[in-house]
Ligand binder design. Sequence first.
Ligand SMILES: NC(=O)c1ccc[n+]([C@@H]2O[C@H](COP(=O)([O-])OP(=O)(O)OC[C@H]3O[C@@H](n4cnc5c(N)ncnc54)[C@H](OP(=O)(O)O)[C@@H]3O)[C@@H](O)[C@H]2O)c1
Length: 242
Amino acid sequence: MAKLDGAKVVVIGGASGVGFAVAAAAMEAGAEVFVGSSQAPRIEAAAEKLGQIANGKGAKGRTVDVKDEASVAGFFEAAGPFDHLVFTAGDWGHMFGPTRDLDVEASKARMEVRFWGAARAAKHATRQIAKDGSITLTGGMLAHRPMPGMPLVTASANTTEGLALGLARDLAPIRVNAVCLGLIISEQVQTMGEATIKGFTANLPLPRGGTVEEAAEAYLYLMRATYVTGQVVRVDGGGSLV
Ligand SMILES: NC(=O)c1ccc[n+]([C@@H]2O[C@H](COP(=O)([O-])OP(=O)(O)OC[C@H]3O[C@@H](n4cnc5c(N)ncnc54)[C@H](OP(=O)(O)O)[C@@H]3O)[C@@H](O)[C@H]2O)c1
């Protein structure tokens, strides 16, 4: 299996949750990491914590607002040449509610980080990424398991997977894939409370939320899997079966 020794991994969304766990796992596998997110104190704290994991070497952080193309361009210029991009940036605004009451303009804004942010990142990553490198985007299980009151969340999650597939053709031989997450117990998800989490996960074949470390495994696999492109790897406790 390809190792990550000496590889450089960029994680946008690396300040917390799944992105932080991916950065930590990549460092443990021997990679140098460059993490980005929009809030300076959060990304600085994350870079410092990552540095401790690897005895102080190989972790750098920089702010980037993926809603702003100039910011994304500056981020990749600062990152310099690298091998793998992981994109886990996401905001937590809502697109929920009955279709007849849809606020279309507000819903459009909800695509700025997760979809357009990913597109901006892919565009500017191409200036620095290795030809045998990879890009991994992040989607969610609502793409495949729609629920009442959330049609736009399902549509939005599908755009991420669609973008990964389209990029895999357009950017080849750079590999592009997506990870589709079920409920993963990041700090953000913990704020939903135990009862809500249980409600979403009790009927799964694996009846619990996933850990951020379990989610990170999929990203590590996709970085190392040199014959895999245009795929969506689900980390959902078997949620797509029920
Ligand atoms: N956890 C789950 O159950 C789950 C399920 C399905 C899909 N997902 C998706 O997986 C991704 C990671 O989830 P998570 O639970 O790890 O969430 P998280 O901890 O909130 O991570 C999201 C990261 O994105 C960064 N971010 C937000 N806005 C940004 C912007 N404009 N520019 C750059 N970075 C920005 C945040 O840092 P700053 O605040 O510093 O910007 C944060 O580090 C999200 O996209 C989420 O939608 C998660």
